[in-house]
Write a protein that binds this ligand. Sequence first.
Ligand code: T1G
Length: 690
Amino acid sequence: MSDFVSVARDGDVAVVTIDNPPVNAMSFHVREPLHQALAALRDDPTVAAIVIACAGRTFVAGADITEFGKPVQQPELRAVIALLETIAKPTVAAIHGTALGGGLELALGCHFRVADSNAKLGLPEVKLGLLPGGGGTARLPRLVGAEKALGMIVSGAPIGAAEALEAGLVDAVFDGDLLAQTVRFASEMVVKGGPFLPVRNRNDRLGKTDLAAFDRQATELAKKARGLEAPIACAQAVRNAISLSFDEALAAERELFLKLVAGDQSRAQRHLFFAEREAAKGSGKDAFWRKIAQVGVIGAGTMGGGIAMAFANGGFPVTLLETSRKALDRGLATIDKNYAVSVSRGSLSEEARQQRLDLFKGSTDYADLADCDLIVEAVFEEMAVKQEVFGKLDAVARAGAILATNTSYLDVNAIAAATSRPQDVVGLHFFSPANVMKLLEIVRAERTAPDVLATVVELARRIGKVPVVVGVCHGFVGNRMLAARGAESEALLLEGATPSQIDRVFTDFGWPMGPFQMGDLAGLDIGWRNRKARGLTAVIADALCEQGRFGQKTGSGFYRYENGSRTPVPDLEVEALIRAKAAEKGIAARAIDADEIIERTLYPLVNEGAKILEEKIAARASDIDVVWVNGYGFPVGKGGPMFWAGLEGGDKIVERLDHWHERTGKDVFKPGRLLRRMAETGSWESAVGR
Ligand code: T1G
């Protein structure tokens, strides 16, 4: 056959094996020989049944994403599946690892699907700004029902083999030798005899759809789309499966798919798919350079507790150290409560909760960290405190242990210098809540050893984090750019904009919330203490904090929060305070529109990103996108600030920054050299290359 598709016989059962490492993507060089093989086997009278299986670690994990946006080579996936459905003899897909996207759609083209008990099945196309384009929106509802299909396709979340069996998506689940059991299953079907109904002709479940319930569910899901087109298209396509004939629904799916695949949102989300994988490159993927079996965390506060949970969730025993028993018990109680909340929400079983709690050991004695392979410090954000902790760590930690700091701003080189082993020191900047947020900014200090870097990058993936390696500067990539994005927020308020007006521009842009609501959620006192420590001021935020308005936690900040609710209510008192501060500075209020707000917040964000790239604090523009999407809620449909800059147009950004620089004389608007080059060359890659 070909290097990528082979056919073997087990009696009168033909086994077609796809072998296209690493994830058996349905690339053209797979589709063509597969199409040929199936046509031949269909017409071969000596073949009584056909099994489709995959070599390597997984069943087909989807269409080949690298082919999108390029001329389509025939046969397409839909043609392979259409051929599959013309086969009268039983066809069985043997699923192990992950059957995702086009891979599951291929399996839906078979009469039967059997799965290994650890297999996962799903249609995650929505995460790429797409919808299933190989008939999944018309076939999946016919097997699992419209409501279940809607949930799976709009969320893109895979389900396990047991749930798939219960839902009717697979016909059997096996442990052990999957292929042998699948061949036996196929033979049993031959004996049982046909006719074998292709999924496209199975309409019973669809016929039982409660349309009102379905439409309610679809409306609820659409509300959460936040400007993304794909979730809406997914819901529409599943709706079509109910109300149209199979072929009409298939044609409608095609139309929606072609529109999305050509759109900026899907291009942005495909960019992020590869950017996340690129960001983790440069380290031995599955090679642990240093053994990490036992983890220590210093500080059981909000960050320390979350970090400890992240490691326990990854299966690592954790020693949690605090200065006093009281503080330790408080920290452990919070961890216990957090797990209890997950159990009550059904996202964690009671058994798993207990297993994780059993991984924790509390201590107030540094000596208990002596057997840890990695120790993460999460104490007060002050250099002297951190250096004292690292001095103590240097005395107790075993040789070869990795010493990490969770600082979100401070100089990791200066922290490392407080030890006799700076080569073992690295920054691990988690984001709050650390057991939830996916981003891990890994800060490479001047003397951090390569194997330390490689080890923590791999470790990050193992605890479900998205690692990005960055250099040392104040605030690293994320917080340094955040400062640039926020630099003008106060000026915009003094000149006439309101907190809710600015926040709405951000939510319209696709952000979960704007800077002022975010400030209230995180607590305005954190920034206040940081500014005071550095001798900086923020006229309005400082004034609010002096009034004890720290945000949600005190019931008021830039907004009011009534009766403990999290709903921000615009507060005339705040607007009066802003106007008073403006009057003190002789600033008259004027109308400010959404474009100006974007230009004075997001253009400086991009500009700071360009400076970071130029200083090699970030290795790639796409790394900056991964930081902002996974750590700061930058809308995935825009691909991150650097990708978005390409959509917005480098020349327009430079022209407007020049305008504001001339008008205000502020450095935050002064376009960096690399941004100008990007505007000339049209891409960050070519700008960096020049
Ligand atoms: N196409 C091309 N390359 C892919 C790929 C794909 N579908 N999936 C993975 N890769 C590459 C990836 O870039 C990396 O490359 C390597 O494989 C290993 O991946 C018509 C429209 C399967 C769960 O969305 O979720 O089908 O960096 O590091 O952590 O309806 O990969 O080594 O050079 O992620 O073990 C739908 C995407 C496509 C699934 C494995 N499918 N893949 O995770 O490995 S759209 C998806 C994943 C579609 C049809 C439509 C994960 C994984 P490199 P990895 P992993």
